[in-house]
Design a protein around this ligand. Sequence first.
Ligand code: SF4
Length: 371
Amino acid sequence: MAHPAGIGSVKPDGWAYQRSPMIVYWELTNACGLACRHCRATAMPDPAPGELTTAEAIALLDDITGFADQAAGEALPHVVMTGGDPLRRADLAELIAAAQSRGIGVSLAPAVTPLLTRERIRWMKDIGIQAISLSLDGSDAARHDGVRMVPGTFDATLEALDTAAEFGLPVQVNTLVTATTAGDLPAIHELLARHTLQQWSLFFLISIGRGTELTELAPGEAERVLIWAQGLSRTSPFRVKTTEAMHYRRLGAAALLRAGKSKEEVEAHPMARAFGIRDGNGIVFVSNTGDVTPSGFLPLAVGNVRESSLVSLYRDDPTMRSLRDPRMFKGRCGACEYNDWCGGSRARAYAWTGDVLESDPLCPYQPKGAR
Ligand code: SF4
């Protein structure tokens, strides 16, 4: 799964996550021509039975308009159409047009397969797709294709990146961070710096789906990567962010506080636009069959859009509500003075302990309140 450019972290003023997510990640299909070693969706060559029909998908878009009162100037969530490979949905153009006609902005997370042609990328720009995401997991073909499991994907990814830049289509590049890929991150950054992109997201592996075949970093190693990324973010030609490593924000905020900034000044800093966004708080996920989960990496369905309104499930489900309240968190995340800005990966807490409210095991921080 991917998180397109500039939309996973920009918190407009006054956005209230208890009322509306900023982003709905919508897995249009789990069909995909790749078989990535970490795939959350455990993607298949052909669509699984039970995918939402076109009519059901359009009903979901109608439902999403209920998140905001557009007449009163409220903004609707952005929809990221992901997969699997969203290009495998025959009605993709119809769904994009239906979303846009309802005032819903759309980004795409296509897989890099022969379907992602130069013409298709130009089409995305022409129809008003706001951004796309591409995955790059190695600094050379052997490393990247070893994760994506299809030879030639490395070269095709860089070609797609350059084509998107040529047409002025913003790109977020996602890179998987595991015990195997962490040492390659500086070389990947060096490679990306020779291309044009808006944002680089370091996705810290969570062991779900096919991701259980790979190894997560140990907390101390993850901390070193995050400190390195914080330093890099000051000089990188593109924005550097993380996915499912929310404590990146703790490091950034702590550096500002050490430099003498007040809490108010930290909250006014551009980095604060990402504060608070985590599984179920600011984001929500809809699977190809309509199951609603707090994120794509937290496989705890709170309902299905075939039976319930996504708006009601997001706002009112008790699990979803608890994910938005740091006072409910347990252990170190519960005691942490940063838990409103960070809150940890609820998905990783669930993967490791079975409890969405437990501490994020990837974060080694010892909160003042827990000492
Ligand atoms: S202890 Fe939890 S809330 Fe605090 S920085 Fe670590 S992950 Fe974030």
